[in-house]
Design a protein around this ligand. Structure first.
Ligand code: AKB
Length: 311
């Protein structure tokens, strides 16, 4: 991995991944692409992933050897507009995989805990298990995992992926996810010392701090291929928590913090169809993944960083 093209580079993961990869591989070796131009240094091109020709042209022009395909609609947005989600999530993925096949590139795309459904074992969800999601996002993620494995088996494209939990960061906000409450709660804790959660009490989901997520991508992409028994996609895990766990963690630093609930039925239903916690032992065994941040360490860092960011 020396020259990398990122799609969706201005999104929640992309904006931090771009900076992280540039610090490792050099600014000129990481080409950001998105449907709009943002404020950032280094090579950047406007690319809509549904435009296969443009994606191919840019990858070829920069002579990249890796694509990290992040452009996608998240779970709640995909439920609002399922047809559009199919076009972007599946059409974009197919275009990116084709570019990887044609130009012989290494390929990363994230799957998600959304690839599981109500019939999946809920606790310590195994790596290989029943995947019958009931959301458009989940359908896209399962189909995407299968498509990436297909491109590896059929064409030899070096495809790799992880099933991300809800990702928490203070840099770029997520947009349209079910786990977004776990980011909003920190912003509101700093701004108003109070938060109204759209996910109900007692609803557990897996979460992870962004530095661990970024580290996982680099570690997986650099992993020795001969050690990988799985490819698309690995369970990775760090924190299993419900809204009240976040509130309790925040209260240790901001004792006046208050939380109440106004549950959004659409996102609650999605959350209830996902696992409470997942088993990441295959990722640990096959490429050594281990998260560094637990809920308390993440909370401390989020509150410190947001206090500075929000003044
Ligand atoms: C979402 O909530 O849609 C995402 C995810 C878990 O994939 N954060």
């Amino acid at each position: 991995m020396k020259k990398i093209l990122i799609t969706g580079a201005l999104g929640q993961i992309g904006s931090e991944l771009m900076t992280h990869l540039r610090s490792i591989y050099g600014t000129d070796n990481v080409i950001g692409t998105d449907i709009r131009k943002g404020e950032q240094d280094g090579p950047f091109e406007i690319v809509d992933v549904t435009d296969a020709k443009r994606l191919h042209e840019v990858a070829k022009a920069y002579n990249v050897d890796t694509i990290m395909h992040l452009a996608a609609l998240l779970s709640a947005k995909a439920e609002e507009m399922p047809q559009k989600a199919w076009d972007i999530n599946m059409g974009g993925l197919m275009n990116a995989l084709e570019v990887a096949r044609e130009l012989e590139l290494q390929f990363f795309t994230p799957s998600s805990i959304g690839a599981f459904g109500p019939s999946t074992p809920k606790n310590n969800t195994p790596q290989d298990t029943l995947q019958r999601p009931t959301t458009m996002y989940g359908v896209n993620k399962v189909a995407g995992e299968l498509l990436c494995d297909y491109y590896y088996d059929r064409f030899g494209v070096d495809t790799r992926g992880v099933r991300f939990p809800g990702l928490i960061s203070y840099v770029a906000p997520p947009g349209g996810g079910t786990t977004d409450y776990a980011v909003e709660i920190y912003y509101e804790a700093i701004k108003n010392k109070a938060y109204t959660s759209f996910i109900g009490e007692g609803t557990y989901m897996d979460m992870m701090y962004m530095p661990d997520a970024l580290h996982s991508i680099v570690q997986l992409m650099e992993a020795d291929a001969s050690k990988l028994q799985h490819r698309n996609a690995f369970n990775i895990a760090a924190i299993s928590a419900a809204p009240e766990d976040f509130a309790a963690a925040i209260k240790t630093y901001i004792p006046e913090f208050q939380m109440d609930y106004q549950v959004d039925p659409v996102r609650q239903k999605i959350a209830e169809s996902w696992p409470n916690s997942i088993d990441a032992s295959a990722a640990q065994k096959e490429w050594g993944f281990k998260a560094e941040y637990n809920l308390d360490a993440m909370t401390k860092d989020m509150l410190d960083k947001l206090a500075v960011k929000l003044g």
